[in-house]
Design a protein around this ligand. Structure first.
Ligand code: PMP
Length: 431
């Protein structure tokens, strides 16, 4: 049988760099041929050979309801009939903004954009504009999109290629980017002692999904909050991945449970809020958000921002995930996957650790959960690659790199989880 995935990949490589429009899709880290998706439904997709897979990527997070959810499909079809894009405001943009703010009360205003990169880049510009300061802190292994100033030790797709940064980014542009180790309180305190008065913000993935799945510890987050407040720097939560994915109130609601009164100053969102359409956002308190054009001096704009089809998709997705019982069911499903994998690994004597929150999970071929990027990268990568291909051959699609998180959707059934664990158990025995 000819492998249509290979045929398509060869053809793609002639006209698209590396054959893909986003690097991690190329299977560079794990080897082999990327699966070209023909169609998807619920928790599954089918590749160009007609092979079915249980999908634990879900477009890298957005597909929290699974593929082709009927209410979402209906809303998107209806919106498309009314027009694709106007370049003028619509009521649905207000509805989506109101829906987001209702669940994430640290934000009083929100601006809609089209990608997480755009949202992160704009949030940084706004933090700098609002504070009048240039320097900021980010953490090794956190990815905030591919804007120049943020492309330093960014984990994820960049890790594949071993680039601490990217060619084409002038050193001047990252001169004010301070990169610290995640979960390292001492390094944070030292950086504030040295640069506190010059810091515009600390940007962080609170539950990082770009070095697999690593939580900021509660004491570390508490210290981030205290130091930012003491020094007049803004705490910017990049919740592009964790937002509406780990909880309805996003990761900040998880930290607010552990740290009374906790909230970030600004929040960056993407993925789930667009339900699979190009949509992202950033928001915060009114006095900061009013610094944006047209009311303030910080410029930001977008031809397709607040796109009517994308907002229909995102709004319907958010309304579905706000229904009673949704989070209990999703969390239980994700937990049963994690528990099942842990059990299967233990039976096979494979060192293994795993964690999850809401519909997001991560696992490591390490005996203990890592706390930072360097620890994540001590994972056994040849073994991970064997695991990845074993799962793939068994019809289970996880991220093709050991430093990526995974996603369970509301469409995954207990039977899907059981099948996944069964396939994984067989693969663990061969590691
Ligand atoms: N921030 C985080 C935390 C992300 O995970 C991503 C994408 N994976 C981005 C920003 C960039 O978003 P996009 O790919 O939509 O530009």
């Amino acid at each position: 049988m000819t492998d249509r995935n290979q045929t398509l990949f060869d053809r793609a490589a002639q006209v698209i760099p590396g054959g893909v429009n986003s690097p991690v899709r190329a299977f560079r880290a794990v080897g082999g041929t990327p699966r070209f998706v023909q169609r998807a439904q619920g928790a599954y997709f089918w590749d160009a050979n007609g092979q079915k897979y249980i999908d634990y990527i879900g477009s890298w997070g957005p597909m929290i309801l699974g593929h082709g959810h009927p209410a979402v499909l209906e809303a998107v079809q209806k919106a498309a009939l009314d027009g694709f894009s106007f370049g003028a405001p619509t009521e649905r943009e207000i509805e989506l903004a109101e829906e987001i703010l209702k669940h994430v009360p640290s934000m009083e205003m929100v601006r809609l954009v089209s990608s997480g990169t755009e949202a992160g880049m704009s949030a940084l510009r706004l933090a700098r504009g609002a504070t009048g300061r240039s320097k900021f802190i980010k953490f090794e292994g956190c990815y905030h999109g591919h804007a120049d100033a943020l492309l330093v030790k960014a984990g994820s797709g960049l890790a594949t290629f071993g680039n601490p940064t990217s060619a084409g980014v002038p050193p001047e542009v990252v001169r004010d980017t301070l990169v610290l180790e995640y979960n390292n309180i001492t390094a944070l305190e030292e950086a504030f002692a040295l640069h506190g008065k010059d810091l515009a913000c600390v940007m962080i993935e609170p539950i990082a999904g770009n070095m697999n799945f690593v939580r900021a510890s509660v004491p570390f987050m508490k210290r981030c909050r205290e130091l930012c407040s003491e020094h007049g720097a803004l705490l910017v939560f990049d919740e592009v991945m964790s937002g509406f994915r780990v909880a309805l109130g996003s990761a900040q609601s998880v930290y607010a449970q552990a740290i009374p009164g906790f909230k970030p100053d600004m929040t960056v969102l993407g993925k789930v809020i667009g339900g699979g359409m190009p949509l992202a956002a950033f928001g915060g308190p009114r006095e900061i958000m009013r610094q944006l054009a047209p009311t303030g001096p910080v410029y930001q704009a977008g031809t397709l921002s607040g796109n009517p089809v994308a907002t229909a998709c995102g709004l319907t997705t958010l309304r579905e995930i706000a229904k009673p019982g949704f989070w209990d069911a999703l969390s239980a499903r994700t937990q049963s996957l994690v528990d099942g994998l842990k059990g299967a690994a233990a039976s096979a004597g494979v060192p293994f650790s795993a964690d999850c929150q809401g519909g997001m999970f991560g696992f490591f071929l390490l005996p203990e959960l890592p706390q930072n990027y360097a620890k994540v990268m001590t994972s056994d990568s040849p073994k991970f690659n064997m695991l990845f291909h074993g799962l793939l051959d068994g019809g289970v699609y996880i991220a093709p790199a050991l430093y990526e998180a995974g996603f369970v959707s509301a469409a995954h059934t207990e039977a899907d989880i059981a099948e996944t664990v069964r396939v994984a158990a067989d693969v663990f025995k061969t590691l």
